[in-house]
Design a protein around this ligand. Structure first.
Ligand code: ATP
Ligand code: TPS
Ligand code: MG
Ligand code: MG
Ligand code: MG
Length: 321
């Protein structure tokens, strides 16, 4: 039997050398690449995320919702970098039985969110596949020179702040898989239609580091800590929970285990960022309607997670392919 391959080992050991040290790639340690010097006023942030049926979405999800999720997971990376998106390239691998109607619904979903987010389709590729429906988008956005918020740059003592709510996406998948029922489909909608936090662009000017939360809060906060050369502490009782998530949590016997599941399940597409204590007020003045919650801080130590003062040790910090 061959050994299992870790996603981040493959990126670090086999792909990083292929960047040949290009400064644009940041050693493949960030959410996006940066193309500098387009002109004096603009730099371009570029990111690419792929969705696979059965891995990222369900075969029963509507094609227009899959289209919108494809755009939104990519927009989420640009949101975390403080970029203003403008266009994308897209590759679609269609299973042979994908009929015109399906493709039409898919294009309609793209049109809806292109309108909502001011995007143009710039190019791409279309192929067929004997496997599951697979889609990839490469999304581009503008920043002022030096304006991209990096994963590195956090300092011990910085507060870890998260946008919106954590755990809803993971719970929405559980609901779709029949693990529990919800009357209003709020969680299912959160799984199928993430909300990229582009409204945090100005607030992020007061952050020292940021990433979006796709793999899980503990994993993605960990990416910030690692890139910043810090440790971190997260306190699970501080997780921002929607009313629906709080109701689910109430029904769970193992409270620590349930909170770990919410903080490692992923599919949140929120922003986690590091903010120096003295910058918190200025940061909070710019976040608008989306709640900002302090969930922990960067430290000089290891990565630790606590619940009610006790250290807890999750089996995994988040999703890994
Ligand atoms: N196949 C690949 N080729 C080149 N670079 C890659 C590849 N896969 C990942 N990377 C790079 O590795 C880094 C980390 O990727 P990762 O997928 O964790 O980023 P992300 O989009 O923020 O997270 P997620 O995929 O969970 O949304 C990024 O710089 C990304 O561009
Ligand atoms: C059907 C189904 N099963 C499981 C999951 C959970 N999931 C899959 S990939 C991923 C990390 C983010 O993606 P990536 O790292 O590829 O960008 C997560 C949390 C899902 N969304 N749908
Ligand atoms: Mg990311
Ligand atoms: Mg991503
Ligand atoms: Mg991932």
């Amino acid at each position: 039997m061959s050994e299992p391959v870790d996603e981040f080992d493959w990126i670090a050991r086999l792909l990083r050398p292929l960047t040949r040290g290009a400064p644009e790639a940041f050693d493949l340690l960030d959410d996006a690449a940066l193309i500098p010097e387009i002109d004096e006023a603009n730099q371009i942030v570029v990111t690419s995320d792929c969705l696979v049926e059965g891995v990222h979405f369900l075969a029963s999800d509507r094609p227009d919702m899959v289209a919108r999720k494809l755009l939104r997971v990519n927009l989420s990376d640009l949101a975390a970098k403080g970029a203003v998106p403008f266009g994308y390239l897209m590759t679609v691998a269609w299973p042979r039985d994908a009929d015109w109607r399906r493709r039409q619904m898919f294009a309609k979903g793209l049109a809806t969110d292109q309108g909502a987010f001011g995007l143009s389709l710039l190019g791409g590729d279309t192929v067929s596949t004997p496997g599951p429906w697979t889609l990839s988008a490469t999304m581009m956005g503008r920043v002022d020179p030096g304006g991209m918020v990096r994963r590195g740059g956090g300092k011990p003592g910085d507060l870890l702040v998260v946008s919106g709510m954590i755990g809803d996406g993971w719970l929405g998948l559980k609901a779709l898989q029949g693990e529990f029922t919800e009357p209003d489909s709020y969680l299912v909608r959160r799984y199928q239609l993430p909300e990229p936090r582009l409204g945090w662009r100005v607030a992020l000017r007061h952050a020292s580091a940021a990433a979006d939360v796709s793999d899980g809060l503990l994993a993605d906060a960990g990416h910030i800590a690692t890139a910043s050369g810090c440790g971190l502490e997260i306190e699970l009782e501080r997780l921002p929970l929607s009313p629906a998530a709080a109701r689910w949590l109430e029904r769970q016997e193992d409270q620590a285990g349930a909170r770990i599941a919410l903080a490692t399940g992923g599919d949140d597409y929120e922003i986690v960022c590091a903010v120096a204590p003295q910058a918190l007020e200025a940061f909070q003045a710019e976040v608008g309607a989306v709640p900002a919650t302090v969930v922990g801080r960067l430290t000089e130590g290891e990565q630790t997670t606590r619940f009610q003062g006790e250290v807890v040790t999750p089996d995994r910090l988040g999703w890994s392919h």
